[in-house]
Design a binder for this molecule. Structure first.
Ligand code: ADP
Ligand code: ZN
Ligand code: ZN
Length: 731
C-alpha cells in the first residue's frame, strides 16, 4: 500500500518552504525515520515527520516524488526529539527544516545505506575489540567521600521535582555532584521489555538510561572529560562517554552521534550543540556554568541551549510518566535537569526565587577553605601612568617566592587596541569595519578582530609619514611583556627568575597548544599566567593564590544592561581560581585595579554576596521592565548601506501595524549596532518588547510572514539578510 509521508528537509533560513514536503512511498514509514529524497535536481537527507496513508489534500498523486531510500540501519528519531526540534523552530522563529537538519551530524547527509551499514559494523567491531560492558561497578574507588553539603545536595536532588539550580561556590565540588547524579541514573535498571499478553511476543526493549552533560567550552576543561571517563568507562565500556562539539571532525561527530542515537553511549559531554543530540534514554541533563553566554547561539537559529535543556527535560519526563509499567524505583520515571553555577544567570536565579526552580546551595569550599579576600586598588593613589600598581607587583613577588601562582586577567588580546599617529589624526581603523585594528606586536601586524583583515604594521604613518606611531591602551601581550620586566627582580624558590606566560585566543590557536599551556600551569612551571576570560573559566589549578583584574572599569559603565551581571560573574569566577587547595586558601586574594573603588558592585563582590547582588539587579530590571520581567526579541538586518538596513526594519514595523497582537508589543526605533559595520556590511536592529513571553511569541508568529513579504519591498533593496533573535543576550 502506498503512503504519503511528509518529510522535513534542509531549507535555507528564510525560504518560504519551511514545513515538511509530501512524498510517496511504497510502504509505511515510521515517524522519525531518516530517508533520502529528491529535491530539485539533488537527493537530500530528510526526516519523516508524518506518514498518512491517503494523499494530503491538494497533492496530485501522479506528481508526487518517490522516497529514494530509507536509512533502515538506523532506528527512527523518537517523537520527543521531533517535538524538541519543532519547539525550537517555532520559539526561535526559524524554519523546521533548518533546525531539524542542523541538529543532525553533517556527515549523515552524505551517506547511503551501504556506507552507513559499514560504519555501524566498524563501530561494533571496534567496540567488541575494546571489550565492552562487562558490567562492573563504576570506578567508585576514584570517587571522593562526599562532604556533608554534597550528601545533602544529592538527597535533595533525588527528591526534587522541579528543575534544580545548583548554586555552589567555586570549589564547592559541583563536579562530584554531576558525577554522582550521573551514576544514579546509569544504575537505574532499564524496564524490562513488555511481553504481549495475546501473542506472547516480546516488544522492543526500552533504551538504556543516558545522561547529557553540557559545558560552555569543552577544550577549556579537559579535566571534566577525563573525570567522566575514568569514573564510568571501567564499568560501562570504552564507548560509554562520547563528546559532541564543533571542534570535532565530521567523522568524529558522526561516530559520537551514532553512539548516542543507538544507546551505546550512556553519557554525552558536549557544548550547546549537544542539546539536539538524539538520546533515546535521556534521564538527566546537566548544564554546567549555566550562566555562560556561550549557551546562546549567535548564528542560525539563535537558541539558548540552557533554556532548551529545561524544556527537553520536561518533554522527556512527561513521556516517561505516561509509559505503562515504568519501574517503581523513585526517580526512575522522569528526566531531571540540573543547572549549576557559582554565579547563576539572573533568569535562573529569578526562577528559583519564584519557586519554579528548586535551588540547592553549596556555599562552602571543599576542605573548608575560605574564598579569596578582595583587595581593591584605587588607581588614583598609584604612580601616574602605572599599568600595574606597585603593591600588586609586590604581592605577586611574594607569591612567586613561595612557589605559588598568580593569574592576571585582562579582557583584551593583542598588544594594544589601537595604534595612533601623534602628528596627525591617523588611527589603525579597519577599512572594512567601524572598529580599530588591534596591534599585535609579536608578529608585527594590525589585525581586525571583527573581520580578520590583517596587514603588517606600517613603518611610518600612512597619512603623514611620521615615524612616531605608537600603541594606545593595552592588551594581554603588553601586560605579559611588562610583567616580565617589572618582576625581573623577583625570585622563585629555586633562585630563578619568574616565568610569565600568556593564554588567550591567539596563544591557543594551534591545535594542542591549549593543552600544553594548561599542563605547564598545572605542573607549576609557570608562575604568572596572563590572559583573557579564558583563564577565569572552570580550571582547577591547585597552586593559585592571587588573581588580579587589571582593567575592568569599562564594564562598570557599559550601556548593555547585562554588563554588571557579566562583570560580577567574571570577577567571581576568576577569584574562584584562587585558593582551591585548602592549604592555600587562607592567604588567597583577588586584586582589582579600579578608578571607582566605591562602586556598589565591589561591595557585594567583597562579601562574595551573589544573592545580594542578584536581588539588587533584579529590582533594577523589574523597574525597567527588563528580562526576566519583560521579554525581548531583536529584528536584525544586514545590508550594503545603513539606510537599506534601517529601511527594511522600518518597513517591517509599518507592515506590522495591522497585525492582531501588535498592541501587546512595543517596537522601538531602528538603530545601528554598536559596531555598525563589519566586513563592509552595515548592521541595524529593532528591539521588540512585550510584558509576557506568550504575547511576544504570538506577535512574532504573526509577524513572520510579514517579514518574508517585506523582504521584497522596494525599500529593502540592498538588504543582505535578516534574522529574529528571541531572548537576545545583548541589545
Ligand atoms: P566546582 O566545580 O564547584 O568549582 P570542583 O568540582 O572542581 O568545584 O571541585 C573542587 C575540587 O575539590 C576538585 O579538585 C575536586 O576533585 C575536589 N573535591 C570535590 N569533592 C570532593 C570531596 N568530597 N572530597 C575531597 N575532594 C573533593
Ligand atoms: Zn600621521
Ligand atoms: Zn575589520
Amino acid at each position: 500500500m502506498d503512503c504519503w509521508p511528509s518529510i522535513v528537509v534542509a531549507t535555507p533560513a528564510h525560504s518560504a518552504v519551511g514545513g515538511p514536503l509530501s512524498y510517496r512511498s511504497e510502504r509505511l514509514l515510521a515517524v522519525g525515520s531518516l530517508v533520502r529524497v529528491p529535491l530539485g535536481s539533488r537527493e537530500v537527507l530528510g526526516v519523516v515527520w508524518d506518514c498518512p496513508t491517503v494523499p494530503p489534500a491538494g497533492l496530485d498523486p501522479a506528481k508526487a516524488k518517490w522516497v529514494a531510500a530509507v536509512l533502515d540501519g538506523l532506528p527512527p528519531l523518537n517523537t520527543r526529539w521531533l517535538q524538541l526540534v519543532r519547539f525550537a523552530a517555532q520559539y526561535y522563529q526559524r524554519s523546521l527544516g533548518e533546525v531539524a537538519l542542523a541538529a543532525l551530524p553533517p556527515q549523515l547527509r552524505e551517506l547511503d545505506n551501504t556506507q552507513l551499514a559499514r560504519r555501524l559494523k566498524r563501530r561494533a567491531k571496534a567496540l567488541a575489540a575494546s571489550g565492552v560492558a562487562a558490567a562492573g561497578d563504576p570506578a567508585t574507588a576514584l570517587a571522593h567521600t562526599l562532604s556533608d553539603e554534597q550528601s545533602e545536595t544529592l538527597q535533595a536532588l533525588a527528591a526534587a521535582t522541579a528543575p534544580v539550580l545548583l548554586f555552589g561556590a567555586t570549589g564547592s565540588g559541583k563536579t562530584e555532584i554531576y558525577l554522582r547524579a550521573t551514576q544514579q541514573v546509569l544504575e537505574i535498571a532499564a524496564p524490562a521489555a513488555q511481553v504481549d499478553a495475546e501473542t506472547g511476543e516480546i516488544g522492543q526493549a526500552p533504551p538504556a538510561t543516558q545522561v547529557l552533560v553540557m559545558v560552555p567550552e569543552i577544550n577549556l576543561t579537559p579535566q571534566l572529560e577525563a573525570r567522566f571517563r575514568e569514573r564510568f568507562e571501567p564499568a560501562f565500556g570504552a564507548d560509554a562517554v562520547v563528546c559532541l562539539h564543533s571542534g570535532m571532525t565530521p567523522a568524529q561527530r558522526l561516530a559520537s552521534w551514532l553512539a548516542a542515537h543507538t544507546g551505546q553511549a550512556r553519557i554525552v559531554l558536549g557544548t550547546r550543540m549537544a542539546i539536539f543530540a538524539s538520546l533515546p534514554g535521556l534521564r538527566l541533563i546537566v548544564v554546567d556554568e549555566e550562566h555562560d553566554p556561550s549557551y546562546k547561539s549567535q548564528e542560525g537559529a539563535r537558541y539558548s541551549a540552557r533554556d532548551l535543556a529545561v524544556y527537553r527535560a520536561q518533554l522527556e519526563s512527561k513521556a516517561l510518566a505516561a509509559l505503562p509499567g515504568h519501574p517503581a524505583e523513585p526517580g526512575a520515571a522522569r528526566c531531571q535537569v540540573l543547572l549549576g553555577s557559582a554565579t547563576p544567570s539572573l533568569e535562573s536565579w529569578h526562577a528559583a526565587e519564584q519557586g519554579r526552580y528548586q535551588r540547592l546551595a553549596m556555599p562552602s569550599r571543599i576542605g573548608g577553605g575560605a574564598l579569596p579576600r578582595l583587595r581593591l586598588v584605587d588607581m588614583h593613589h598609584q604612580p601616574k601612568g602605572a599599568v600595574l600598581a606597585p603593591p600588586l607587583l609586590a604581592a605577586m613577588a611574594e607569591r612567586i617566592a613561595r612557589s605559588e601562582q598568580c593569574l592576571v586577567l585582562l579582557n583584551r588580546r593583542g598588544y594594544a587596541p589601537v595604534l595612533a599617529c601623534h602628528a596627525c589624526d591617523w588611527k589603525s581603523s579597519c577599512p572594512h569595519c567601524s572598529a580599530y585594528r588591534v596591534f599585535h606586536k609579536l608578529d608585527r601586524t594590525l589585525r581586525c578582530h571583527h573581520c580578520g583583515f590583517t596587514e603588517r604594521v606600517p613603518r611610518a604613518c600612512p597619512d603623514c609619514g611620521n615615524v612616531d606611531i605608537a600603541p594606545v591602551g593595552r592588551g594581554t601581550e603588553q601586560i605579559e611583556e611588562q610583567l616580565t620586566a617589572l618582576l625581573a627582580d623577583a625570585r622563585r624558590p629555586d633562585g630563578g627568575p619568574p616565568r610569565v606566560a600568556r593564554m588567550d585566543a591567539d596563544s591557543t590557536r594551534l591545535k594542542g597548544s591549549l593543552e600544553v599551556q594548561l599542563a605547564t600551569m598545572h605542573s607549576g612551571e609557570v608562575d604568572v599566567l596572563v590572559g583573557t576570560q579564558m583563564i577565569a573559566k572552570g580550571h582547577d589549578f591547585r597552586r593559585i593564590t592571587l588573581v588580579a583584574s587589571v582593567n575592568a572599569d569599562a564594564a562598570l559603565f557599559a550601556s548593555d544592561y547585562r554588563a554588571p551581571e557579566r562583570l560580577f560573574a567574571l570577577l567571581m569566577q576568576a577569584a574562584g581560581r584562587a585558593g582551591r587547595a585548602a592549604e592555600h586558601s587562607a592567604g588567597s586574594e583577588m586584586w582589582v585595579q579600579t578608578w571607582y573603588p566605591q562602586h556598589p558592585l565591589f561591595t557585594q563582590l567583597q562579601r562574595h554576596d551573589f544573592p545580594a547582588f542578584a536581588a539588587e539587579q533584579l529590582v533594577e530590571r523589574e523597574d525597567a521592565g527588563m528580562p526576566p520581567f519583560g521579554h525581548q526579541a531583536l529584528l536584525r538586518a544586514d545590508a550594503r548601506t545603513q539606510d537599506a538596513a534601517r529601511a527594511f526594519l522600518n518597513a517591517a514595523a509599518q507592515a506590522a501595524a495591522e497585525l492582531p497582537h501588535r498592541a501587546d508589543v512595543t517596537l522601538y526605533p531602528a538603530v545601528p549596532l554598536t559596531i555598525q559595520r563589519v566586513a563592509n556590511v552595515e548592521r541595524a536592529q529593532m528591539l521588540v518588547e512585550a510584558e509576557s513571553r506568550g504575547a511576544l511569541q504570538r506577535f512574532l508568529a504573526a509577524w513572520q510572514p510579514v517579514l518574508h513579504a517585506t523582504r521584497s519591498h522596494p525599500d529593502a533593496r540592498g538588504l543582505l539578510r535578516w534574522a529574529v533573535d528571541v531572548d537576545p543576550l545583548a541589545i
